[in-house]
Ligand binder design. Structure first.
Ligand code: GLV
Length: 336
């Protein structure tokens, strides 16, 4: 590459809010080394605008809410790297990128512990009815005649119960290390064999039947779409608590609603949904036994900054022809 060449890159989000919070612009290295165009809107570009903006760029930096589909990739004839500020890449047509020799950067590792913290927060909030109880205090329902009720807000113990981890990747392992501290027995399911201390690897059916708590940690792909469906809820231990911090499409939401209504599933904690934002008519909104958060698994200031820095690093590496620190399609590209 000509040493004076400044590759053209397009960034779908200004990261201005994060920059203000940390008093540093994570995009600064791009402004120094590239012709960097940043989408000016407060929201990211609509699909057509994204397609047009990406047409002549060599690098694209996106968030998980940008749909980088075959159309975008097909229109971007000079594209060499797509760098997503996320660990999940299900919003990118990775096969189309691979077919064109485009590398796909992502941000694993840096968000593992923060996401595990949220999974644990949801396990506790759902099992101990924290949101319901908070609502009772705020609404004035905690009155002198109901000062302390022997049978008020009874939940389920997390300690000394059994946790089932669906998926055994880094985030699941970080959840397991927290669960060990709570004295939990841990079952785990994964397609590939894992030897993890203190985790018994079992078939999915055995995990569902044997766990008081089930936490989902698989990536969304064709094989995992709808993995926890009506059939799975028919086999889940009665009264189990389900938590999902992975991707909404892995759990069949209508089947979950039915299981929450019937009591088959006692409670759920959900950070991810089939459609985001959660539609106003979602039946989940009418249920007291579910805690809902708006996809905030990695949302600590330090972690979001690490993700932004890594996404910038991956993008720069891609447009400057260097290896990416984290490339989601390395193996596929090598096998071409
Ligand atoms: C969050 O869901 C991510 O993929 O980073």
């Amino acid at each position: 590459m000509n040493p004076g060449h400044r590759p053209r890159v397009f960034v779908t989000h200004s990261m201005a809010g994060l920059a203000r919070m940390v008093d540093r612009d994570p995009l600064a290295p791009l402004h120094e080394r590239t012709e960097c165009v940043v989408w000016p809107g407060p929201l990211q570009p609509e699909p057509r605008a994204l397609r047009e903006a990406a047409t002549d760029c060599e690098g694209l930096l996106c968030l998980l809410t940008d749909r980088v589909d075959g159309d975008v990739i097909g229109a971007a004839r000079s594209l060499r790297v797509i760098s997503s500020c996320s660990v999940g890449v299900d919003h990118i047509d990775v096969a189309a990128a691979t077919a064109r020799g485009i590398r796909v950067g992502f941000t694993p590792g840096v968000l593992t512990e923060t996401t595990a913290d949220l999974a644990f927060a949801l396990l506790l909030a759902a099992s101990r009815r924290i949101v319901e109880a908070d609502g009772a205090v705020r609404s004035g329902a905690w009155t002198p005649d109901r000062r302390w009720q022997l049978d008020g807000f009874l939940g389920r113990d997390l300690h000394a119960s059994t946790l089932g981890l669906v998926g055994l990747g880094p985030i699941a392992q970080a959840v397991a290390s927290r669960a060990h501290g709570f004295g939990m027995r841990i079952l785990g399911w994964s397609r590939s064999p894992h030897r993890l201390p203190g985790v018994e690897q079992v078939e999915l059916d055995a995990l569902l039947a044997g766990s008081d708590f089930v936490s989902v940690h698989v990536a969304l792909a064709e094989e995992t779409h709808g993995l926890i469906d009506a059939d799975a809820f028919a086999r889940i231990r009665p009264g189990a608590v389900l938590v999902n911090t992975s991707r909404g499409g892995i759990v069949d939401e209508l089947a979950l609603v039915a299981a929450l209504r019937s009591g088959r599933v006692a409670a759920a904690g959900l950070d991810v949904f089939a459609t985001e934002p959660l539609p106003a008519d979602s039946p989940l909104l009418g249920l007291d036994n579910v805690v809902l958060t708006p996809h905030i698994g990695s949302a600590s200031t330090a972690t979001r900054l690490r993700m932004a820095d890594l996404a910038v690093e991956n993008l720069l590496a891609g447009v400057l022809g260097r290896p990416l620190r984290d490339c989601a399609n390395d193996a596929e590209l090598a096998a071409r």
